[in-house]
Design a protein around this ligand. Structure first.
Ligand code: NAD
Length: 317
């Protein structure tokens, strides 16, 4: 159930957290945003800056610095606390620190009596989402990792640019790990409802010698292309996170690829992985099982094995 006074808390008010808050208030998505950070001065600075936007926005969203004790009546808590990878590190290399941070946060939040939804952004996101699910004891529908939501948006951008169409007219998913092992089920890519293989065939002038493996790799690497130029990424993930928040708060039944606990879907168990999910006020309501080719399913399962390997590393600590 979503409360009348729609409240979103953001834990970690760094680049991703503050961009998410900015996107929330500019779109007028909720009534109140609570900013929480171990660095209280940083949280306060962000709150002050965000409040100074209100005069020029469509609505007066309440924004304040908060604490874990007041999370009881929060609808959604976004976890972005963590440290982005340092140069040379992968997302998986940040696991130990992110897990330590997640434990301290989730334990404190659950003590408040929180019963809402967690949206996990901190990397490695699939593994941290699984950990938050275990630590919180909440139903699986209430813990969502942003997963491949942002990678799928990047894939749609590439395809949109290639064929000169709005990326929102492209239907495509990147699935599996939000990391190097993610994969694209090409048999389920459509442009305006037209199967991608047919689009390529009919538009040889635009598609050229399109290499799908290369395009999938470029999708997985797109975040690093941003990272290499500006040192990190935050706008796209903030937009994806707010898309997920809107789907929950507005009971949209929107399908977004997010990381959710697989419980038999795609023949997979006990792993948080990026798959298309129907999102509404219940959270991750239902996994959409697309029918992949044998080869695609193999790649998807291999990606899940990578996630599983790190989940068990964390469990064994
Ligand atoms: P950042 O360094 O700008 O901000 C992190 C914030 O977390 C800081 O303000 C820090 O004070 C806070 N923090 C650290 N420990 C804390 C604790 N114990 N309790 C509360 N707050 C704490 O980093 P960022 O660029 O905002 O990235 C944050 C996380 O998001 C990283 O894990 C990064 O890898 C991840 N990320 C994920 C995606 C995605 O697609 N899932 C994309 C970009 C970044």
């Amino acid at each position: 159930m979503i409360s009348k006074n729609r409240k979103v808390a953001i834990v970690g008010t760094g680049l991703v957290g503050s961009s998410t808050a900015f996107s929330l208030i500019t779109q007028g998505v909720c009534d109140e945003v609570v900013m929480i950070d171990i660095n209280k001065e940083k949280a306060l600075g962000e709150v002050m800056d965000l409040k100074h936007c209100i005069e020029y926005l469509n609505r007066n969203t309440k924004i304040k610095v908060g604490s874990y004790e007041e999370c009881k009546d929060v609808d959604i808590i976004v976890i972005t606390a963590g440290a982005p990878p340092r140069p040379g590190q992968t997302r998986l290399d940040t696991l130990d620190l992110s897990a330590k941070i997640a434990k301290s946060i989730v334990d404190s939040i659950m003590q408040s009596g929180f019963k809402g939804h967690f949206i996990v952004v901190s990397n490695p996101v699939d593994i941290i989402a699984h950990y938050v699910y275990k630590l919180s004891g909440l139903p699986k529908s209430h813990v969502i990792g942003t997963g491949t939501s942002v990678d799928s948006a990047r894939l749609k951008n590439f395809i949109g640019d290639l064929f000169n169409v709005d990326p929102r007219s492209v239907q495509a998913y990147s699935m599996g790990e939000h990391g190097d092992s993610q994969m694209v089920p090409w048999s389920h890519v459509y442009v305006g409802g037209k199967p991608f293989s047919k689009v390529i065939k009919d538009n040889k002038d635009r598609a050229g010698d399109i290499d799908l493996d290369k395009l999938a790799m470029e999708t997985a690497q797109a975040g690093w292309e941003v990272y290499n130029r500006k040192g990190t990424t935050y706008y796209a993930i903030a937009a994806a996170t707010v898309g997920i928040i809107k789907a929950i708060l507005n009971d949209e039944n929107k399908i977004i690829p997010v990381s959710t606990l697989l419980d038999g879907e795609y023949g997979e168990y006990g792993v948080f992985s990026g798959v298309p999910v129907v999102l509404n006020s219940e959270g991750a309501k239902e996994v959409v099982e697309i029918e992949m080719t044998e080869e695609e399913l193999k790649k998807f399962k291999k990606s899940n094995d990578t996630i599983r390997e790190y989940i068990s590393k964390l469990n064994n600590k």
